[in-house]
Design a protein around this ligand. Structure first.
Ligand code: HEM
Length: 431
């Protein structure tokens, strides 16, 4: 089979993106700034521009619309960012037990619907997306999620992640249905919304943060965790041990970080030493998988045991970003709720999968959920062949759709046009 094709196509897609975006982006770690100085550069106070001044931003804004201009991740530093970040922290706070109990309940509800026979074939990302739609709906509105709202959220989040991975195009009308729903429910939100945002912007803030980023990231993270457990049954057998579970999670995040690359635009010159400097306006790309692969023995092996003798904070391990430069606000909540959800799944079924486990997981993680009894060997053999074949044609689809979207984003220039008429705090500017 054409097994070499997907890797070539991915490389070609990266080239097309680079060319169209037109940025002079530098990717780290590299010969100039190696793994030992990676975090120093990432944490530099001038490595803090998020959107303004990079062609790459047009592409992200295109994928994350509507409302990328008020998405926390894309806001420039300043009072608006502080206000939004404060609101997000309030939403994501809460006692661990309560956070975990809600995650267990939401997982159980979805599994009750899905598990009908002895063997259920799923794609793990699709299995987990409704769980997190339910979860974040409860977090935002403080009440159980009606089926209608869950479908809107899943439709929206799926559309975003599918286009981000270039396995499908965007469907703005689908996303707009959720916007209309949230607009009608704005008064029911149980925490204060950022005061510096207009009502329309607050709707986009909710949509982008809780019903896109949160749902997508948690569904992806759980797909990786469950797929790793499916392929390492000796690890899955030990997840009731809290300490061991923490190691499993550290290892999953190390090998399959959710961010391939996080970028920053330098807002002033950065001088690391007399030979290493970057002028203001440079686009710095921080490559997570490459960084996470340095400093370990057999870095490409999934081995939770490596964490028995060391702690993540001493190693090249930044699954939630760097503390000094806009880390993920869900760094505390995510492991708590992932543990609860994973245990609820494993309490009910054994997991089996024969697919290739890659970081970007465009296959969405095919897996068999098996209640009582052995793994169905023939179905696993079929799954393996289908996965290799899907890899080949999917990589071509990703190249074609990715090129179409990068050209479309380049023509629309959503970030560029916004900054033509607004300053970094969202105020209109006249030329
Ligand atoms: C296991 C799950 C998750 C992982 C591994 C993860 C990872 C990350 C990483 C690495 C960053 C920083 C990227 C950078 O430096 O630019 C980030 C930022 C962010 N994440 Fe997460 N994330 C997860 C879940 C969530 C959830 C559940 C939310 C819900 C609100 C969330 C909201 C955000 C936001 C708003 C930012 C931007 C922070 C800022 O710029 O101030 N993430 N995430």
């Amino acid at each position: 089979m054409l097994t070499w094709l997907p890797a070539r196509v991915v490389a070609l897609r990266a080239k097309v993106f680079e060319k169209v975006n037109g940025d002079n982006a530098i990717t780290f770690p590299n010969d100039q700034v190696g793994p030992d100085r990676f975090q120093e550069l990432y944490s530099h106070p001038a490595a803090n521009g998020r959107s303004k001044g990079a062609g790459l931003s047009d592409l992200f804004w295109y994928w994350l619309s509507p409302g990328p201009e008020v998405h926390q991740e894309h806001l420039e530093a300043g009072p608006r960012y502080d206000d939004v970040a404060r609101a997000t922290r309030t939403f994501l706070a809460g006692p661990s037990d309560a956070l975990a109990a809600t995650a267990t309940r939401c997982t159980a509800k979805v599994l009750d619907e899905v598990l009908t026979g002895r063997v259920t074939a799923v794609r793990l990302r699709d299995l987990m997306m409704p769980v997190w739609a339910e979860y974040f709906y409860e977090l935002v509105f403080g009440e159980p999620c009606p089926r209608y709202a869950r479908d809107l959220v899943v439709g929206h989040a799926n559309d975003v992640v599918t286009s981000l991975k270039c396995t499908g195009l965007r469907h703005p009308a689908r996303r707009a249905r959720l916007t209309r729903y949230l607009k009608a429910r704005l008064a029911d939100v149980r925490h204060p919304l950022p005061e510096t945002l207009s009502e329309a912007e607050q709707v986009h803030y909710l949509q982008g943060t809780y019903f896109n980023t949160a749902v997508v990231q948690m569904a992806e993270a759980m797909a990786h965790l469950l797929l790793a457990l499916a392929q390492h049954p000796e690890v899955a057998r030990r997840v009731e041990d809290d300490r061991y579970f923490a190691h499993v999670l550290d290892e999953t995040f190390r090998l399959y970080p959710l961010f391939g690359i996080a970028h920053r635009i330098t807002t002033a010159d950065i001088v690391l030493d007399e030979h290493t400097s970057f002028p203001a306006g440079s686009v710095l790309c921080f490559n997570y998988p490459a960084y996470h692969a340095t400093g370990y023995d057999n870095p490409h092996e999934f081995d939770p045991g490596r964490w028995e003798s060391t702690a993540a904070r001493h190693e090249h391990h930044i699954p939630f970003g760097v503390a000094a430069n806009r880390p993920c606000p869900a760094w505390r909540l995510s492991p708590i709720v992932m543990r609860a959800a994973a245990r609820e799944v494993l309490r009910r079924v054994d997991l089996h999968s024969s697919v290739t486990h890659t970081r970007s997981l465009p296959s969405r993680g095919p897996c068999l959920l098996v209640r009582d009894g052995p793994a169905p060997r023939r179905r696993l053999a079929f799954m393996r062949v289908r996965d290799r074949w899907e890899d080949v044609w999917r990589s071509v689809v990703q190249l074609v759709l990715g090129t179409a979207m990068v050209l479309h984003a380049h023509r629309l220039r959503p970030a560029g046009r916004y900054f033509d008429t607004h300053d970094t705090q969202g105020c209109p500017v006249r030329h």
